[in-house]
Design a binder for this molecule. Structure first.
Ligand code: ZN
Length: 327
C-alpha cells in the first residue's frame, strides 16, 4: 500500500517510519482538498493490519485489512459529521461533532480490544468538535489507554482547543507542488487542469470535485458577463443565473472580486488565470473603495448562504452594485 496521492509520498514515508512506535495522538493538518482524509484512513488501516509489508504498510489481504475495507473492523472508530434530515427532507451534514460522539469514542477506547492489537480512533474534521465534545475527548487524549492511537484531521488547526493541539504530534501538510498536481489532474483527463487548480487555490482534489461538479460549466458564462460590465444588463443576467446554487454563484463572483483586487494592487491574478487580461484591464477602471466594500460584504455573506425566495431580484441587486464599481 502506497501513499494515496503522489504529493503525499514524503509524509507517508515519514508515517511508515514511525509505525513501530506511532504517535498516540496524531494531528494531520493542512488545507482542504489535498487528501488528508485518505491519508488518515490508510494510516489507520496500516496500524491495524496484522501482516504488514516490509516497509510497514498495510498488506491489503489479511483479515484485519478486509474488515477495515468493509468498514467493520471492531477496533476502529471513525468520528465524523453525521447526516441529518432537515424539515424539508433534505439530507445535510451536521455542522459539528457532538458531545455524544466524543463520549462514544471515550467508551470505545476503554473497552478491551477485539484483536488484541492496536485500536484506532479517527476524528475528521477535528476542528468541528464543539467545546463540550472537545473537552470530553481531551480526557482520553491526556492519558490514552494502552495500544490506542488517535488520528485527528483538520483544515483549520487553529480552531482546535490549544490543550488538544498540545497533546498531539502534529504533521503539517502543505499544498502540493503545482507541476505534480497539474500532471495528476491531466492524468485524469481533466481539461484546463492548470486553470482548475488555480481556481481551487492549489488543492487538486478540490479541483477534481469542481470539474466533476455540474455547475463548473456555468463559470465561463458568468465570468464573461462580469468581464464586460458596461454591457452587463442586471435584469437579463439575474434571470439567467437564478437557478445556479448560491454557493456556486458566491464562489465565482467572490474569486472574481479577489482577482480584480490582486490585479489592481499587484498586477496579477490567482484564481482565474484564463481571464487575466480582462481582470487587469478592469482593475485599472475600478473604484478601489467600492471594490473593497463589495468584496467585504461578499466575504461576510459567504458564511451564511441561503436560498432566498426571489433569487433573480437578489442577483439583479448584486449585478447593479457590481456595475457601479466602474462608474
Ligand atoms: Zn493487512
Amino acid at each position: 500500500m502506497s501513499a494515496p496521492y503522489p504529493w503525499l509520498e514524503s509524509t507517508w514515508t515519514r508515517l511508515l517510519a514511525s509505525r513501530a512506535r506511532p504517535a498516540q495522538a496524531l494531528l494531520l493538518a493542512g488545507p482542504q482538498g489535498i487528501g488528508k482524509a485518505e491519508l488518515a484512513q490508510r494510516w489507520a488501516q496500516t496500524l491495524l493490519c496484522e501482516s504488514p509489508a516490509a516497509d510497514g504498510a498495510a498488506c491489503d489481504i489479511c483479515a484485519a485489512c478486509h474488515w477495515f475495507e468493509a468498514g467493520s473492523h471492531p477496533d476502529f472508530l471513525r468520528v465524523t459529521l453525521l447526516e441529518k434530515t432537515t424539515k424539508d427532507n433534505e439530507i445535510r451534514l451536521a455542522s459539528g461533532l457532538e458531545v455524544d460522539q466524543a463520549r462514544e469514542a471515550v467508551e470505545f477506547v476503554q473497552l478491551s480490544t477485539y484483536r488484541a492489537g492496536t485500536r484506532v480512533v479517527l476524528v475528521d474534521p477535528a476542528d468541528s468538535l464543539n467545546l463540550a465534545a472537545a473537552n470530553a475527548l481531551l480526557k482520553v487524549l491526556e492519558e490514552p489507554p494502552l495500544n490506542t492511537v488517535f488520528i485527528l484531521v483538520s483544515n483549520q488547526p487553529r480552531r482546535l482547543l490549544p490543550t488538544i493541539r498540545s497533546r498531539c504530534t502534529r504533521v503539517d501538510i502543505g499544498l502540493p507542488d503545482a507541476h505534480i498536481a497539474t500532471r495528476w489532474l491531466e492524468d485524469r483527463q481533466l481539461k484546463d487542469a492548470g486553470v482548475l487548480l488555480a481556481l481551487s487555490g492549489g488543492a487538486p482534489l478540490q479541483a477534481l470535485r469542481w470539474a466533476e461538479g455540474s455547475e463548473s460549466g456555468a463559470r465561463q458564462g458568468v465570468l464573461e458577463s462580469l468581464a464586460l460590465p458596461e454591457r452587463l444588463d442586471p435584469i437579463t443576467e439575474g434571470e439567467r443565473w437564478k437557478t445556479l446554487s448560491p454557493q456556486a454563484w458566491h464562489g465565482f463572483t467572490y474569486r472574481w472580486l479577489c482577482d480584480m483586487l490582486a490585479a489592481k494592487l499587484q498586477g496579477r491574478v490567482r484564481f482565474n488565470p484564463d481571464f487575466e487580461t480582462a481582470l487587469v484591464q478592469l482593475g485599472k477602471q475600478v473604484n478601489l473603495t467600492s471594490l473593497l466594500a463589495l468584496a467585504r460584504t461578499q466575504a461576510e455573506e459567504g458564511r451564511t448562504l441561503t436560498h432566498p425566495l426571489n433569487r433573480s431580484l437578489q442577483l439583479q441587486a448584486w449585478l447593479s452594485r457590481y456595475r457601479r464599481l466602474f462608474d
